[in-house]
Design a protein around this ligand. Sequence first.
Ligand code: UD1
Ligand code: UDP
Length: 375
Amino acid sequence: MSKIKIMTVFGTRPEGIKMAPIIKAMEKVPEIENTICITAQHREMLDQVLNLFNIKPDYDLNIFKPGQTLTEITMRALEGLEKIIMEVKPDVLLVQGDTTTVFSGALAAFYQKVKIGHVEAGLRSGNLYSPYPEEANRKLTGIITDFHFAPTASNRDNLLKEGYPDDKIFITGNTVIDALHYAVKEDYNFTMSLLNDIDYENRKVILVTSHRRENIGKPMENIFSAINDIVLKYDDVEVVFPIHLNPKVREIANRVFKGNERVHLIEPLDYEPFANLMAKSYFVVTDSGGLQEEAPSLGKPVLVVRKETERPEGIEAGTCKLAGVEYESIFKEMESLISSEDEYKKMANAVNPYGDGKASERIIDIILKHVSPNN
Ligand code: UD1
Ligand code: UDP
């Protein structure tokens, strides 16, 4: 029996986390042969995901270079992928999300006339410069995609509005929920003693992450200053901030939080401890995309430190709130969650706009139904 040849391409931490459940589920499907190719746009941050899910790539382009520019990532990924796609000749190439790896992977497949499946299709902020360059990457990928795997009905509507045919769009849920179910465990024990020693019952532990390109500079200074001042004002508040490896982010964080003993600046956490830390935290302050999807499912309020979001579902459900990137608005929203039990309870509801943890199975079923080997 000839098999359907899939090639999965990914390169960064969030793509790894969201692609992993699809890869693991495909391993159990005899009709599918999957070739795994990582660009390694991220190195350490991606390797921890591969270890956790025990994924062994068939190809590793190893393109990562500190201080890499968008052009360099695009060129190195495109060039490396061309040869591999010509060698593997997949029936479908799968990409996930909105990074530069995603756009380069899709373009490389298109140049070889290979069908493209876009996981997490149809998210739109409406502003090409926020998130930057991700809004553009997602739209550019959509144009050459054959299978749009839209997490939600509103993602599907975005694609329909842009004229994509209905029969190419499939609502699947987001695979991040599949990954979260795998990672979060009751009575989880951290290996880092700092995280085990925190008194989650009696302290308000705020989990912070921030890395968006459009926030680097003044917006990030505002965000961190507001968080810092909140911690100074409220004795029972503690912050854990696993800082992204981007040196620009680290410089601002180290400077603004200097000397504040209740702000714990730590290295990026592996996905399993990170997800469990989120499950134990009081609320989340972030500009990350993935956290806006994960935290609502754990019933954790999220203050989104961005001007707009391509993930309106958590906001509509009331668990996420846009706090903007100005000092005053962030301080005010944090203060309200800390000092008002009513405000907190209004937001701390477990909602699941991003699916039931079965998105990967759905994606595979759709592939099996619509793709035949060697077409
Ligand atoms: C990329 C994605 C973004 C995603 C984010 C997830 C693009 C354009 N952006 O942004 O959509 O939200 O990943 O984290 O694709 N670094 C390391 N080691 C690593 C990873 C990063 O040292 O393992 C440092 C490097 O100095 C690198 C910098 O972080 O230059 C930025 O990495 P890059 O992949 O260029 O962009 P991100 O901001 O991580
Ligand atoms: N994450 C992680 N360790 C950390 C911070 C985040 O494993 O120290 C996970 C998080 O749970 C989510 C994903 O990384 O699944 C989000 O990645 P990131 O914020 O880098 O990118 P984005 O989602 O904004 O594209």
